[in-house]
Design a protein around this ligand. Structure first.
Ligand code: XUL
Length: 526
């Protein structure tokens, strides 16, 4: 009998499901439910509740529970063989938190299939809404925690990241400071991931080392809750947090609620969920140290894997636990497609083909003409004030400006991922701009390694299905190998490899140094 694994992704705007048949290396079902349109009663816009303060971004946790019901109902209607699912895992948007009171344990244990999940959860929330990763209202709390932990470098080396407004610890501190009574009534704090896993397991679920690292509360090296960070955040917090475990660890059989209501296999295992980024790392097939993927989207994101835990002393990049056992990094550059498009539009270049031809008309290294393109406030490096800075580069030189934006972005990625001390053997690239051959050539040359395109739809939900498969194989004594599990699902696009041109390596080694200096000048610019 085919064994199926279900992976779910509870993201900001939607809940997605991917069902895989592991032995056949096949995705057998994919579905996404958009919160705004599928569940309009929660009145969200892009999955977020409207509010007056632009810094505050909350979502209703009951909407995520309603989406889980709806997803199972949809899978049943679509005749997915739910009786053949042997394990379920999932992932959630990172950092978001759910606050449960003293009724939660009892209610989860006896979820009534005659009612909806929302009806079952009536009265168990100690806080009606959940702050999510888009919230940036905790600058004060970040500063307070960072100070108690000894500054940026120490905060990052202990917890994997400097304190960030969206991270769960600063969010919990703000809740404690502003709504002390409700904080006291909170017996369990869950992340989006562990909240969803708790519904499936019918009990409070552990948090995994990937999502745990997104809280500023986990010791990134020891992979346990860090007492100093917990103390710096809020009183009695340790009693409100679940244990930490590997993603895919078995919590128990799926709650009878889903068996009776939707006909899921009663022996299906509910396993520990992770964050959407750690799940994507698996969904892209990055399971060995040194593997790197770059997503070229609105912002450009650099995902890397590391065996040894090194942290960014500037506190710009993040280190999370990887579901594959080691560590992963996430470095987010805000001026991605956005900056590329600004240059294209500034010079009125009709399309990317013409843009590419202009890039090709200039030499690699651009004769050391440099652009520092902070059209928007930048995350890496930290730049609060947008600004475009040109060094030895004439604004009127259209072709040189086109090459300069590509080189600036790739050189900046190389520069700001150096703290990982990982020499990539190969880079997998995804996202809209991955179809731009000149950009991929600059990437291969600057990083000095081959680049291949990968097109995975729903990488986070797929990664979760693969985590479920790994968890089930481990639980049934099969000593699973990650590389084998991901191999059939994460193949690069055939013929898409772009090789580095060895002649350019030295040029870029020099350019990185010059760019680093220009960046410092730009940071100092009035
Ligand atoms: C990562 C982050 C976002 C969310 C999106 O630190 O905040 O990528 O995980 O869902």
């Amino acid at each position: 009998m085919a064994k199926l694994f279900l992976g779910l992704d509870s993201s900001t705007q939607s809940l997605s499901a991917v069902v895989i048949d592991l032995d056949a290396n096949k995705v057998v079902y994919e579905k996404s439910l958009n919160f705004d349109t599928a569940l309009p009663q929660f009145k969200t816009k892009n999955g977020v509740l409207p509010g007056r303060d632009p810094l505050v971004k909350h979502s209703p946790p009951l909407m995520w529970a309603a989406a889980l019901d709806l997803m199972f109902a949809t899978m049943k209607k679509d005749k997915v063989a739910l009786g053949k699912i042997v394990a379920i895992s999932g992932c959630g948007q990172q950092h978001g938190s759910v606050y449960l009171n003293e009724k939660a344990v009892e209610v989860l244990a006896v979820l009534d299939p005659k009612k909806s999940l929302v009806e079952n959860l009536d009265g168990v929330l100690a806080r009606k809404t959940s702050p999510i990763w888009m919230d940036s209202s905790t600058a004060k709390e970040c500063a307070e925690i960072r100070k108690k932990l000894g500054g940026i470098k120490f905060t990052a080396s202990r917890t994997g990241s400097d304190t960030f407004e969206r991270f769960t610890g600063p969010q919990i501190r703000k809740f404690y400071k502003t709504e002390q009574k409700s904080y006291e009534k909170t017996l369990h704090i869950a992340l989006v991931s562990s909240f969803m896993a708790s519904l499936l397991a019918g009990k409070i679920a552990p948090i995994d080392f990937g999502d745990g690292a997104g809280t500023n509360l986990m010791d990134i090296r020891k992979k346990n809750w860090n007492h100093d960070a917990i103390k710096a955040t809020a009183p009695s917090l340790i009693n409100k947090l679940p244990p930490l475990m590997d993603a895919g660890s078995v919590i128990g059989p799926v709650s009878p609620y889903f068996v009776q209501k939707y006909g899921i296999n009663p022996e299906a295992l509910a396993t520990v969920w992770t964050g959407d980024n750690p799940a994507s790392v698996i969904g892209l097939g990055l399971v060995k140290s040194g593997q790197v993927a770059i997503s070229l989207g609105t912002s450009d994101t650099f995902f890397g894997t590391m065996q040894k835990c090194l942290t960014d002393e500037n506190g710009e990049g993040h280190v999370f636990g990887s579901p594959a056992g080691d560590y992963m990094t996430l470095i987010c550059f805000k001026n991605g497609s956005l900056a590329r498009e600004k240059i294209r539009d500034h010079y009125k270049i009709a399309d990317w083909k013409k843009f590419g031809a202009l890039v090709e008309s200039t030499p690699p290294g651009n004769g050391e003409k440099i652009l520092v393109p902070w059209f928007e406030a930048e995350i890496v490096p930290r730049v609060n004030k947008p600004g475009i800075h040109r060094f030895d580069l004439d604004e009127k030189d259209v072709a040189a400006n086109c090459r300069a934006i590509f080189e600036a972005q790739m050189v900046s990625m190389r520069l700001h991922s150096q703290w990982m001390q990982v020499v990539p053997e190969k880079i997998l690239v995804t996202g809209g701009a991955a179809s731009n051959p000149q950009l991929l050539q600059v990437m291969a040359d600057v990083m000095n390694c081959p680049v291949q395109r990968i097109e995975v739809s729903k990488s986070a939900a797929l990664g979760s299905a693969l985590v479920a498969a790994h968890g089930w194989l481990a639980a049934t004594g099969k000593s699973p190998k990650w590389e084998k599990i991901v191999a059939g699902f994460t193949k690069p696009v055939p013929g898409s490899e772009v090789k580095p041109d060895k002649k350019t390596t030295k040029i870029y080694d020099k350019l990185v140094e010059k760019y680093a200096g220009c960046e410092l000048d730009a940071l100092d610019a009035p």
